[in-house]
Design a protein around this ligand. Sequence first.
Ligand SMILES: [Zn+2]
Length: 282
Amino acid sequence: MKLPQFRFLTAILVGCLSPVGAKADGVLPLFDTHVHYSQPAWQFFKTGEIFDLLKKAGVVKALVSSTPDDGTLKLYNLRKDVIVPSLRPYREGSDSSNWFAQQATLDYLTARLKKGIYKAVGEFHLFEPRSALTPQVKELVQLAVKYDIYLQIHSDALPIAVLFEQHPKLKIIWAHAGMSEPAETVEKMLDRYKNLWTGVSFRAGDIAPGGTLDKAWRDVILKHSDRFVYGTDTYVTGRWGDYLTLVEEHRNWINQLPREVAEKVAFRNAVRLFGIKAGFPD
Ligand SMILES: [Zn+2]
């Protein structure tokens, strides 16, 4: 065998053995935009185990919000190169039902945002459009614009529309693509609101029923390929136990997209949104 051919084969072999994400057509690195490390999980999954799981899953960065926020800060203080903090309005689980009408919650958010470390406020829940119209939520919208950060919201389409009415510069990451909204509604929302991005956590069963990418979802992902971000959602402790399975479930359908689009969903869109590129391939 002549030397140049040998070199060529060696290059191929070395390429195949490269670490996750190092190769353009290898296993997709992930930016998980929907992670929680809330109090009940702390005793079962120590911080070191969380980082081990992220690494095993090929997750290079994670947008983390927790109840209370201490969970996020525990992780962030250990690995600022991995954790992107998002500020959750909830200090305890019951806050999810009434946070939007509590002045104490707004004061808490206002004070914490002054730290300057948070890239988003959320994930929070808005179950009714009128919840998006309280004085506290209106003030939160102003805060998000002032700090130029995202709101990560679990709601159906209507509260999102109500929020965009309040400020044209507001930026929203729509958790779970509306959770139960069909692909057609997600498409209309993305058509209408240029500052709307949407997460895919909890939607693998709709996006790829039985494991095969659904045509309607494929069409909207291709049409709005810059607006979908990857996410798992570890909202209860058991989801950490299932984390690797959740990641595989998403990888399965993401890999059915053209490679360029798959990379956008897996990490490139989130990299652009948060302006954080370190650790990802060019
Ligand atoms: Zn969540």
